[in-house]
Design a protein around this ligand. Structure first.
Ligand SMILES: Cc1ncc(C[n+]2csc(CCOP(=O)(O)OP(=O)(O)O)c2C)c(N)n1
Ligand code: SF4
Length: 263
């Protein structure tokens, strides 16, 4: 019999509290698989944010620290600077990273902090009742935009990853999606490169993962995945915005230690 799936060692066997069809669980699995593959779980410290993923520390078998809303990059910066031999990552939703934490993430990227950020873009505040997030699509109905997000009134969706691509401290930036097995495979490679960038001491690395929130979107799990493919990906294109540096020490002097072309 061919084994096509087994639970990563870095993923605990606890039942998660996520709603059926939520892709937070898939994102956790990708992080766990990459920690297994790179053999880093014993020296990795995660920083959990507030939001639905607040209990990520119950599911991933590395050390964890909880940060206040939006402050995970600052907490991760402190940990990494005090313990530079550890692999440090944050796991943040879009309300957390792109709203209250906007300043934190921009400055961490600008400073080229040697941390890895997993950014879950589900276009909504899932945990607190489905309010509009900075990433909510134009026209999207949320509890705070019941007539649909009107860019004239509530502003345009913010493409955080494109914004961070301008920062010189960035070593790796990518946007993946969790709506199909093919895209999950691509996203997994992105998560791996984001951790490798840190292992190569190359600079700031982040992967945005387009994720579902069937409950907040008032959709079935299947509709939510179709919605990502049909409505979310066109606004937030999938791909590598700042590819991984070619190799350690091959800096061209522009983008921190590792260097990288901002595609
Ligand atoms: C300083 C502060 N302000 C507000 C909150 C309330 N709060 C908790 S979770 C959350 C939204 C989280 O949304 P997001 O980051 O998009 O994560 P999701 O739940 O969608 O995964 C908010 C506003 C808080 N915990 N702390
Ligand atoms: S509210 Fe949304 S983001 Fe939160 S667990 Fe449920 S489906 Fe996932």
């Amino acid at each position: 019999m061919r084994v096509i799936y087994h639970r990563p060692r870095a993923l605990s066997d606890a039942h998660t509290h996520y709603c059926p069809g939520c892709t937070h669980g898939i994102a956790h699995r990708l992080v766990a698989e990459v920690m297994d593959e790179l053999g880093i779980v014993d020296r990795t410290i995660g920083v959990a944010s507030v939001g639905c993923s607040v209990f990520a520390y119950n599911y991933l078998r590395c050390d964890f620290q909880q940060a206040a809303h939006g402050r995970a990059p600052a907490v991760a910066t402190g940990i990494k600077r005090v313990l530079p031999d550890r692999v440090v990552f944050t796991y943040q939703g879009d309300g957390d990273l792109a709203s209250i934490g906007t300043a934190e993430i921009i400055h961490a990227a600008a400073r080229g902090e040697r941390i890895t950020v997993i950014f879950i873009n589900n276009g909504i505040y899932g945990m607190t009742g489905g309010q509009m997030a900075p990433t909510s699509l134009a026209g999207q109905v949320t509890t705070t935009s019941p007539r649909g997000r009107d860019p004239q009134l509530q502003g345009n969706p913010i493409r955080i990853t494109e914004m961070l691509a301008q920062q010189p401290g960035v070593a790796y930036l990518a946007r993946g999606s969790l709506h199909s097995s093919r895209e999950i495979g691509r996203a997994r490679r992105m998560v791996q490169r984001a951790f490798e960038a840190q292992l190569n001491d190359a600079g700031f690395a982040m992967v945005e993962l387009l994720s579902s929130c069937p409950v907040g979107w008032n959709m079935t799990p299947r509709q939510a995945l179709e919605h990502i493919e049909q409505a979310v990906v066109p606004v937030y294109p999938v791909g590598e915005l700042v590819p991984a540096p070619p190799s350690r020490g091959a800096s061209d002097g522009r983008h921190g230690k590792g260097g990288s072309d901002h595609a």
